[in-house]
Write a protein that binds this ligand. Structure first.
Ligand SMILES: Nc1ncnc2c1ncn2[C@@H]1O[C@H](COP(=O)(O)OP(=O)(O)OP(=O)(O)O)[C@@H](O)[C@H]1O
Ligand SMILES: [Mg+2]
Length: 363
C-alpha cells in the first residue's frame, strides 16, 4: 500500500501543506526543528489514531489554533482509503475513515498500516521489557485485530481486579478473584500464543536482515521469555491453575505476579545479550533488523507492504549499512527523514525529495 497524498492544516508547525508522495522512496530533508518528523508523525497519527511521541492531542494542534485537520488518501490492494482527523482545542478529536466517523480506535487499525522506525526505536533493544512487549503488541495488532482486542480486554480485567483489591474487603475479594481469573486465563492464553507464533516467524527474518546489514559479520538470535509456552489450550490451563493456586499470594501482594505482562524478548548477537554487551551500532542494527522483519511478516499476511517510516535513521548508520538499507526498501513506499540529502546513498534508486523549512515544503 502507499499514500498518495497527505495534507496538514494547523498540525504542529504546519499551517497548511500538502505532500504528493511517490510509491517508492520519499526523502524529507532539512535542518533541525523544521518539521520533518512532524510530517511523518501526521502519517502515523492517521494510521493509528495516536502520535508516536505519545503526547496529548492538544499538543499536536498548532499552538494558539482552535482546530486543525489532517488527511490522507492511500492506495491499498482493496482500493482507495481516505482517513481524516479533526483536532479541536476544546473538544475530543474526530477521526473519519472513508468519510465515516470511527467510534473505536480498533476500527481504524489495519486500514493504512505503518511501521515507524526512529532513534527511540532503539528502546526495543536497550530498555525495559515493557518496550519489547510494546513492539510485539504493536506489530501483532497491525495484522490481527483479535489480538488488539485481547490486549484491551486483558488490561480491563487487570484494572477491575486492582480496583477489587483496593477495596480490602477480603471475604468478597476471595470469592470474586477466581471469577476474574476465569476470564483472564483465556485472554492471556490468546496473547501469549499469538506472541509465540509471531516470534517464530519473526526470528529467522530478523536474523536474515541483521546478517544482510552487517555483511554476515553478525548473527542475531531472537528468543521469547515467558512464564508459559506451548499450545494455547495448555497455556490457558496452566495459567488458570497457577492463578487459582496463587490467589492468597496475590491478595497479600496486591497484584498478579505471573502472566503475559511479564513476557520479554531475548536478543543475542554473536551469542551475547545485545542489551548488556552490544555496541551502539549493534543495538541500532538489531532494532532495524526487527523492524524489517516486522515489515516482511506484514507483507506475507496482507500480500502488500505497509508504509515504512524511517525517521532519522541514516545518521546512525555507516555508508555501507545505509546503502544496504536502501537496497532493502527501494520497492516499498518509505518516508525517510534526514538532515542532509546525500544523493550517493540513493544511487540507481528511484526517489522523490521534499525539502522542509519552517513547516513548509520549499523544494
Ligand atoms: N503544537 C505545536 N505548535 C507549534 N509548533 C510546534 C508544535 N509542536 C511542535 N512544534 C514545533 O515543530 C518544530 C519542528 O519539529 P520536528 O520534530 O518536526 O523537527 P525536525 O525537522 O524533525 O527536526 P530534527 O532534525 O531536529 O529532528 C519544533 O520546533 C517544534 O517546536
Ligand atoms: Mg526529527
Amino acid at each position: 500500500m502507499f499514500i498518495k497524498k497527505l495534507s496538514l492544516e494547523n498540525w504542529t508547525n504546519y499551517e497548511k501543506e500538502e505532500f504528493d508522495f511517490s510509491d517508492k522512496i520519499n526523502v524529507l530533508y532539512g535542518g533541525n526543528a523544521q518539521g520533518k518528523t512532524n510530517a511523518v508523525e501526521g502519517v502515523f497519527y492517521l494510521s493509528t489514531g495516536y502520535s508516536q511521541k505519545k503526547t496529548n492531542d492538544k499538543n499536536l494542534l498548532t499552538l494558539g489554533k482552535d482546530k486543525g485537520n489532517l488527511a490522507l488518501i492511500a492506495q491499498t490492494r482493496y482500493g482507495e482509503v481516505s482517513i481524516e482527523a479533526k483536532l479541536y482545542a476544546k473538544e475530543k478529536k474526530k477521526i473519519l475513515l472513508n468519510g465515516v466517523e470511527v467510534k473505536k480506535i480498533g476500527e481504524l487499525m489495519g486500514n493504512v498500516s505503518t511501521v515507524f522506525f526512529s532513534p527511540s526505536s532503539l528502546r526495543v533493544v536497550s530498555d525495559a521489557p515493557e518496550d519489547r512487549r510494546r513492539f510485539m503488541d504493536m506489530s501483532i495488532s497491525q495484522y490481527k485485530r483479535s489480538y488488539f482486542y485481547a490486549l484491551q480486554k486483558y488490561s480491563k480485567i487487570i484494572l477491575q481486579r486492582n480496583n477489587l483489591l483496593k477495596t480490602q474487603n477480603y471475604p468478597i475479594i476471595k470469592d470474586t478473584l477466581p471469577i476474574w481469573y476465569m476470564q483472564l486465563a483465556p485472554v492471556a492464553g490468546r496473547i501469549i500464543s499469538d506472541r509465540l507464533k509471531f516470534l517464530k516467524e519473526l526470528a529467522p527474518k530478523a536474523r536474515y536482515y541483521h546478517a544482510y546489514l552487517t555483511d554476515d559479520k553478525e548473527d542475531l538470535q531472537v528468543g521469547f521469555e515467558s512464564d508459559y509456552y506451548g499450545e494455547e489450550k495448555d497455556i490457558v490451563n496452566d495459567f488458570l491453575q497457577d492463578l487459582t493456586l496463587g490467589v492468597d499470594g496475590d491478595i497479600e501482594k496486591g497484584y498478579t505476579s505471573i502472566g503475559p505482562h511479564r513476557d520479554d524478548l531475548k536478543l543475542m548477537v554473536n551469542g551475547k545479550s545485545v542489551k548488556h554487551f552490544g555496541s551502539q551500532g549493534q543495538q541500532r542494527t538489531t532494532a532495524l533488523a526487527l523492524k524489517l522483519a516486522e515489515v516482511e511478516i506484514f507483507k506475507e499476511k496482507h500480500g502488500e507492504s505497509p508504509i515504512l517510516i524511517l525517521d532519522d535513521v541514516f545518521s546512525e548508520l555507516d555508508k555501507p549499512r545505509q546503502k544496504k538499507l536502501v537496497e532493502v526498501i527501494k520497492n516499498m513506499q518509505t518516508l525517510i527523514t534526514c538532515a542532509y540529502l546525500e544523493e550517493d546513498i540513493f544511487e540507481g534508486v528511484e526517489y522523490k525529495k521534499f525539502k522542509i523549512e519552517e513547516g513548509k515544503r520549499v523544494e
